[in-house]
Ligand binder design. Structure first.
Ligand code: C2E
Ligand code: CA
Ligand code: CA
Ligand code: CA
Length: 281
């Protein structure tokens, strides 16, 4: 709160309190939700732009709050990160995603699964590294490491924590590829790309959105794709919603696409028929 003694102080205070209350309330509900299992995962297909085949999906968490309905992960993941609830939640996500993946494999459908992890999950408060949790989970569900990808954001790399880099290196050594998510939105010192074990870059959807109306973003995407090619890193374009965007990206020889044009995130029940009908793009 502003404590400069000016008259407007009184106008700020109630607002701040409301925001804090809302936050605390959300935190309480989040705690309960973790206990009561109000979450489920949806899976969004990622298509190979050259062959039109779908080889992988990204797991995205959904929270259905009994009082307030569906709450966006953009709203609750940051709070889960700040409060540490991301640790139990992150474990639940990993186990649910691998349970579903094992089941899909059991039905004879080959598929890779991308799982998002937060910076805070790398090393948990008990000092257990995420790579250990991951390795155990892969064994439990008898899933090959090459069928799982981990998505991280630049923020995980930016804060200089050697333990995290070590965690990423161990994940990579397990045979699990690491994808750099939301590329272009952080303030990437580009040296991360070669210092960290990144296998694939995901271009943030905010750039794709503006392909058809912003010349500056077109130039940026071209530059990103070119750089990735020079570093021999494949690219996923996210948030592809229109045929125009698809054609533009294909023209750049982009590798993979993800977005509403291909499919919205689907529950497992809806994913299976989608994969089986496999309309090539
Ligand atoms: P993200 O990892 O960048 O995920 C992509 C987001 O873009 C998803 O939003 C997805 O539903 C949305 N999206 C996909 N295609 C399109 C499209 O064509 N147009 C538009 N407008 N949006 C599209 P979602 O599911 O709401 O997730 C938001 C963010 O929340 C994620 O961004 C990620 O940062 C976080 N998140 C979601 N699930 C998890 C999770 O399991 N663990 C962690 N740590 N974070 C998660
Ligand atoms: Ca992601
Ligand atoms: Ca992303
Ligand atoms: Ca994002």
């Amino acid at each position: 709160a502003k404590r400069d003694g000016r008259a407007h102080y009184q106008y700020y205070a109630p607002e701040m309190n409301l925001e804090m209350l809302a936050r605390m309330h959300l935190e309480q509900r989040l705690r309960r939700a973790v206990k009561q299992g109000e979450f489920h995962l949806e899976y969004q297909p990622i298509v190979d732009m050259r062959t039109g085949t779908i080889n992988s999906v990204e797991a995205l968490i959904r929270w259905h709050d009994p009082e307030h309905g569906l709450i966006s992960p953009e709203a609750f993941i940051p709070i889960a990160e700040e409060t540490g609830l991301i640790e139990p939640l992150g474990e639940w996500i990993l186990h649910q995603a691998l349970t579903d993946l094992a089941d899909i494999h059991a039905q004879g459908i080959p598929l890779c699964m991308a799982i998002n992890i937060s910076a805070r999950q790398c090393i948990n408060t008990k000092g257990i590294s995420f790579c250990q949790t991951l390795q155990e989970a892969l064994e439990t569900y008898a899933i090959s490491p090459k069928d799982v990808h981990i998505e991280i954001t630049e923020s995980l790399l930016i804060e200089d924590k050697p333990q995290r880099l070590q965690c990423l290196n161990t994940i990579k050594q397990l045979g699990v590829d690491i994808y750099l998510d939301d590329f272009g939105t952080g303030y990437s010192a580009l040296s991360y790309l070669t210092k960290c074990p990144i296998s694939v870059i995901k271009i943030d959807k905010s750039f794709i959105e503006n392909i058809t109306n912003k010349q500056s973003d077109v130039k940026l995407i071209r530059a990103i794709v070119m750089m990735a090619k020079n570093l021999e890193l494949p690219i996923v374009a996210e948030g592809v919603e229109t045929r125009q965007q698809w054609d533009f990206l294909q023209g750049l020889d982009c590798d993979y696409a993800q977005g509403y044009l291909i499919s919205r995130p689907l529950t497992k029940a809806h994913l299976l028929p989608f994969l089986q009908q496999a309309v090539p793009f």
